[in-house]
Design a protein around this ligand. Structure first.
Ligand code: AMP
Ligand code: ZN
Length: 487
């Protein structure tokens, strides 16, 4: 099966046979969140897509080192990530907290959400602030190779110089002239030689909160640099897969490649995988457009776009019903259809263990099992896989109703098929049985209420307390914090 995996590679714009550099090992790097605010459902789609990819690679027997970073410094507000204020510092100032308190709060929140959606943890989650030395070394390396210049304590990558010998737009298939003509000039260009040049190291203004000494100034690393330094450290100068949302491709990933090629002479990854966006009424879900909503808003139904609450696994199933390279538009109708589909699938899954084998069989399961692998081998095609799983569900229901006979061997295969693809590969789980998750979800709600209280938002904190009371949970505020109990 392993030999048949084909993956779409953004670099070549076609599906290619997946052959790791050092089988059975696979190195995969995915750009993680900037921890200055809660992740919205769009961000979650990207991480769920890579969780599917990670899970399937594991299922095929690869030994995967999956590195997903946490951006806790250096991501500035502008489109390119190196203009304006640092997102985390800005939030820290507004909230009158230490930047590291912001980082801690949203990193914990991110992990809670990932757990609720049943994502496997990556093998390493390196932070930008934990790798300042590696980043300084990489900047020095790029300077030594002649692809960067220093102005007033900041270091910039020289895109035009690089493009003389390399192809800067290799990832999006555009030439430099086209990119130069179609990029709007950003602020703070006065120090850069070229319009597309980007910061590797930025000299900190006096009021800037997160800064470190370097050979050039007291400052901080650029956002693109962080991923190059950490992927290189944990996966080497060349590894198998680099991924992220498609919105990161034109600038962040293009610049990452330029940095790695400048320093090591190699494109860091053989496969570049880009996942597509969750949209709302056809528009990318994004915090800045104001059309985003958060996982907990989805679970409580408390957002103007939502007609009701949806469970975490309904949302996961909804996302997996689209191929990772297609856009997916959020709508209540589509969510309700997914809710029904998910229930139908899990009902059949609940029946499979209790099915009785007959002496003879009227159905062969192997062809269906092959089709499940074929679907996933075709660039992780989860919607086709789900269609095959509905076929498996129909078989389960027919056997259960006594309308179809199945023998021991085929029944074992049917069980294997359902377990492998529903639980291991799609990462779905039966929510009725997931009582262990209830305390985690309640603790998350209590944290959100405490935050509302701390912000003097008593309307929200009372709403949470009263809402929980209505569904049978009492909150008790004490000296040690808030506890919950069942009424
Ligand atoms: P950020 O924290 O803004 O760097 O984004 C974290 C990840 O979420 C990146 O990989 C983005 O590509 C991804 N992302 C942002 N918005 C969306 C969206 N609407 N749908 C899917 N992924 C998204
Ligand atoms: Zn990155």
């Amino acid at each position: 099966m392993k030999q048949n995996l084909f993956v779409y590679n953004t670099l070549t714009r076609k599906k290619e046979k997946f052959e790791p550099l050092n089988p059975p090992f696979v190195g995969m790097y995915v750009c993680g969140p900037t921890v200055y605010s809660d992740v919205h459902m769009g961000n979650c789609r990207t991480y769920i897509s890579f969780d599917l990819i990670f899970r399937y690679l594991l299922k095929l027997g690869f030994k995967v080192r999956y590195v997903r970073n946490v951006t806790d410094a250096g991501h500035l507000e502008g489109d390119g990530g190196d203009e304006g204020e640092d997102k985390i510092s800005k939030k820290a100032k507004i909230s009158r907290l230490e930047p590291m308190e912001i980082v801690q709060k949203y990193t914990v929140g991110f992990h809670d959400v990932m757990q609720i959606f049943n994502l496997l943890s990556p093998s390493i989650e390196p932070t930008a602030t934990g790798h300042i030395i590696e980043q300084i070394e990489l900047v020095q390396d790029i300077l030594d190779k002649g692809y960067a210049y220093v102005v007033n304590g900041s270091v910039y990558f020289d895109v035009e110089k690089y493009n003389q010998t390399q192809e800067y737009g290799i990832l999006n298939g555009r030439n430099l002239e086209d990119m130069l003509n179609n990029t709007r000039a950003l602020g703070g260009q006065h120090e850069k030689r070229g319009k597309l040049d980007f910061a590797l190291w930025i000299k900190a203004k006096p009021e800037h909160l997160m800064k470190w000494p370097s050979p050039w100034s007291v400052g901080f690393p650029g956002w693109h640099l962080e991923c190059s330094a950490m992927s290189n450290k944990y996966l080497g100068s060349q590894f198998d897969i680099h991924g992220g949302g498609i919105d990161l491709m034109p600038t962040h990933h293009t610049n990452e490649i330029a940095q790695n090629v400048a320093a090591c002479g190699k494109n860091p990854a053989t496969f570049w995988i880009h996942t597509n966006m969750l949209t709302v009424n056809g528009q990318k879900m994004s915090k800045s457009l104001g059309n985003s909503f958060l996982p907990h808003e989805l679970f409580t139904g408390e957002h103007s776009i939502l007609t009701k609450a949806y469970s975490p696994m309904t949302a996961r199933f909804f996302m997996l019903q689209a191929h990772y390279r297609s856009t997916l538009d959020f709508s209540n109708d589509a969510m309700e259809a997914s809710e029904k589909g998910f229930k139908r699938l899990m009902n059949a899954f609940g029946l499979v263990d209790g099915l009785k084998a007959s002496a003879a069989t009227e159905i062969e399961i192997q062809p269906l099992l092959d089709k499940c692998y074929d679907a996933m081998n075709d660039d992780f095609n989860s919607p086709v896989l789900i269609a095959e799983l509905f076929e498996a569900s129909r078989i389960v229901n027919s056997v259960h109703d006594g309308k179809l006979k199945i023998d021991e061997t085929n029944l074992a295969l049917l069980k294997e098929l359902m377990n492998t693809f529903i639980l291991d590969v799609l990462g779905l789980k039966n929510e009725q049985a997931a009582n262990d998750d209830l305390p985690k979800i309640l603790n998350l709600i209590v944290t959100l209420r405490n935050e509302a209280k701390a912000n003097h938002d008593y309307a929200t904190s009372d709403k949470i307390r009263n809402g929980l009371q209505k569904i049978g949970f009492q909150l008790n505020d004490g000296k040690e914090g808030t506890n919950w109990s069942k009424i």
